[in-house]
Every structure is written in C-alpha cells, then in structure tokens.
Write a protein that binds this ligand. Structure first.
Ligand code: UDP
Length: 412
C-alpha cells in the first residue's frame, strides 16, 4: 500500500505528500468518477493514468470511465478541438446529431455509475453532454478543459457552451483560457510527472549513448529546442539565434528535436523551411523522433548546455518545465504559459527576438556559474509549482471546496 505515494514523496518531499493526505482525509470514501474519451494516447490519458491510482491510494473511491464512439464521432470532436483552439471549422448538423447520440448511448452504459457518484470530472468536449443525460445525478459535476480556449472559433464554443453551462464548476489550465460561464471556474495549470520516462533520472551510459546516436560532439557546447515543427515554435528563429551566438562560441552545436512529419501538411512545410534555414551546417542536427521517444528527449534535455523554447505563441509549454526540472535555465519566448514558468533572470530568460535569445545564450555560456545557479533555481521552481503532486493537490482542493460549498468555513 501507498507505494506510489512514497515514490512521489522521495522526489517531491515528504511534506508535500503529508499535505496531500491531509487534504484527502475529509474526502475519504467519496465516490469520484473521471470520464474522458481515451485510455491511452494524449496528455489527458497520461495524467489520469497517474492521478487515478494516487487518489485511490489516498482513500478516495475513484474510477475512470472512457466513452466509446465511431470514427465519425472522433472526426467531429477533433473539429471541436481545432475550433476551440481558434481554427475556423464548419461542422455539419448531422455530425452534431451523431455527437449527441453517441453521448446518449454512453450515458445509458454509464448511468448507474454516474448517478451514484459524489463527484464527476468530465474531461474536454467529447463527453460534455453527459451531464444533461443523467438527470437523476446526485453529485457535483465538474467540466475539466485541457484545451487552449483563449480565442475559440465562436460558433463552436457557443454550441459546446450549452452543454457546459449546467456544470457546478469548470477547470481551465490558465487564466487566459477562462470563459464567460454561470458557475465558478478554477485554474489548474498543467504539470510534469517526475517519475515518467520523460523526466526520471537516467544512467550516465544513456546520456553518453545520445552523443553517439546523433553524432553530437560531447566536448563542444550544445543548445536544444524540443518542439513539433510548427511556426508558433519558431524553429527558424532558433537557427538565427544559434548563428548569432556561434560568432562568440564557434564550437556551438544545435539540436532541433521534433516529431517526424506526419499527415500535418503544415508540419511538413515548416520542417522544409527549417531544413533550408539550417543549410549544410554540420553542427545543426534536425531530429525526427517517433512519438514515444521519451527517454531520448529526456537525455537530450539533460546533456544540453542551453535549452530554448522560442515560441511566439504558447499555451503552456511543457518542454519548458521538463528542461527546468533537469536543472536547465530556459530561454523562452515572452508569451502565454512560458511566462508562468520563466522568472526572468532567475529560472531563465524571456526573449522576443533571435538577437535577444543570442545575447542570453552568450551570457550563459560565458557565465557557467550563473548557468548552474539558475539551473538550480529552475529545478526548485518546478518542484514547487509544476509537478504532478501540485496538480493533485489542486484537484483535491477543488473537491474539498465543492463538497463543502454550503459551508463558509472549511476545517482541513
Ligand atoms: N514532444 C515529444 N516529441 C517531439 C516533440 C515534443 O515527445 O518530437 C513532447 C514534449 O517533450 C512535451 C510535449 O510533447 O512533453 C509538447 O508539449 P508542449 O506543451 O511543449 O507543446 P505542444 O506540442 O502541446 O504545443
């Protein structure tokens, strides 16, 4: 018992786990259900795969249900996703009807579980209509939105809002994503899992192997950006910053690590732009990694001297927290969720141009003591603010608050 909690205590601190136990005590035995639309793949499933067993260890009677649908249903919900992130999408009426009837079928299946629950967390738009399909519910229902809805395509949000408005509360990742809704909204930023393959410590041999695998010289400085090939991640700007910084550090090498070009036509175009900006420079390595290359990314983040995330627009930027957790100050674009993570001159530097990035690269490479100090600050900042344990603590806090809504004072 309590093995998983102990593992987190070893990384995040005993006090952090004690605090979780304290918060969970009044919730003991509470029936909680999480509902989403996939058991594997994607950030939501990854988070639930960890949060659900942790809540169970804390004595909460929690289960995780997954709604099922046909290909058309997922095509529609993918269109919702794109629409919520700001793309203009037009969804036909029969598609919407299919979306609703898929939810009706799932409500039949899940009805008794959902009716009996004290608290139901419904994740993202796919299962959002369930609330209206379980009229005999007795618990509190919370809609948890993991999507960047800062500038949604209005018709899509108007349609989904009808399903969401009746919830008791909703949770968004950042203040910029909050919406006009007739209930209380909580803000819970994302987190990284310190025990996952992406973030757990690696043996030295795994780090040495990375140099060999990708032909990187371990005796020269290395700068890194890990990102999908997307214009908002500004890979060409990273190459410009590298070129400017190389004038002062002639040995500098650059790795741009991203996913292989998939069916995303824009991704393929951005990859081509990036390759052509890199030209035939043998010190620029553009790596096309498979989606499960977590240990490779982990190793790259550990061996890099300098980590960039030069986005011009960013929801949160998990790569920033990932690198900071590995003791790297991050030079990041002054935008979106990157601003939550980079405390300028402490955990990294916020920049707006390749020139600004190059200046900071030069500074860190020439002040190794500052680089190490800022790296330590970065790691502590992630330990305090962006680990899974903080994420769980905030979920528990929301649960305590909602379970005691009528009280004006909550004894913890
Ligand atoms: N990532 C990955 N392979 C890649 C590029 C990115 O596994 O080729 C991971 C990265 O380590 C991070 C996530 O995908 O965990 C990207 O999240 P982030 O919030 O940084 O950006 P997004 O892609 O969601 O805009």
């Amino acid at each position: 018992m309590a093995n998983l909690l102990q593992e987190y205590a070893n990384v995040a601190g005993e006090d952090v786990v004690d605090h979780l136990r304290q918060l969970a005590a009044p919730l003991e035995g509470m029936k909680v259900v999480h509902v989403n639309s996939t058991r594997v793949g994607g950030g939501v499933a990854e988070i639930l795969a960890k949060l659900v067993p942790l809540k169970q260890e804390l004595g909460i009677d929690v289960t995780w249900e997954v709604i099922a649908g046909e290909a058309d249903f997922y095509a529609t919900t993918k269109a919702f996703h794109n629409g919520l992130q700001g793309n203009r999408v037009d969804i036909a009426k029969d598609r919407l009807r299919d979306f609703e009837s898929t939810n009706e079928r799932n409500a039949e299946e899940l009805r008794s579980t959902l009716e009996a629950a004290d608290m139901v967390f419904v994740h993202d738009p796919q299962p959002a209509p369930l609330l209206g399909l379980v009229p005999e519910r007795r618990g509190k229902w919370i809609w948890r939105c993991h999507i960047d809805v800062s500038r949604p395509h209005r018709p899509v949000w108007r349609y989904l809002r009808n399903f969401v408005a009746g919830y008791d509360a909703s949770i968004f990742s950042l203040a910029a994503f909050a919406q006009n809704l007739p209930h209380v909204q909580y803000l819970i930023p994302p987190s990284i899992d310190p025990l996952s393959d992406k973030n757990a410590p690696l043996p030295d041999a795994a780090l040495r192997a990375i140099y060999e695998e990708f032909g990187i010289d371990p005796d020269r400085e290395l700068m890194l950006q890990v990102s999908r090939f997307d214009r908002f991640k500004d890979p060409v700007g990273v190459i410009e910053a590298y070129r400017l910084a190389k004038k002062f550090s002639p040995g500098l090498q650059l790795v741009l690590a991203g996913g292989a070009a998939t069916d995303d036509p824009e991704g393929a175009a951005v990859l081509e732009e990036t390759k052509s900006a890199a030209g035939d420079d043998p010190d620029v390595h553009i790596l096309l990694l498979p989606p499960d290359a977590h240990r490779t990314i982990n190793a790259l983040q550990r061996v890099a001297d300098i980590v960039l995330q030069k986005s011009t627009r960013e929801g949160f930027g998990l790569t920033v927290a990932e690198a900071m957790w590995k003791g790297k100050p991050v030079i990041g674009g002054d935008t979106g969720g990157i601003r939550l993570q980079i405390v300028n001159d402490h955990t990294g530097f916020l920049v707006s141009t390749p020139e600004g990035a190059a200046l900071r690269i030069r500074y860190l490479l020439h002040h190794r003591d500052r680089l190490a100090e800022m790296g330590e600050e970065a790691r502590s900042y992630v330990r305090e603010n962006f680990l899974l344990t903080r994420h769980l603590r905030e979920y528990l806090t929301v649960m305590v608050a909602l379970a005691n809504r009528a009280e004006d004072r909550i004894e913890l």
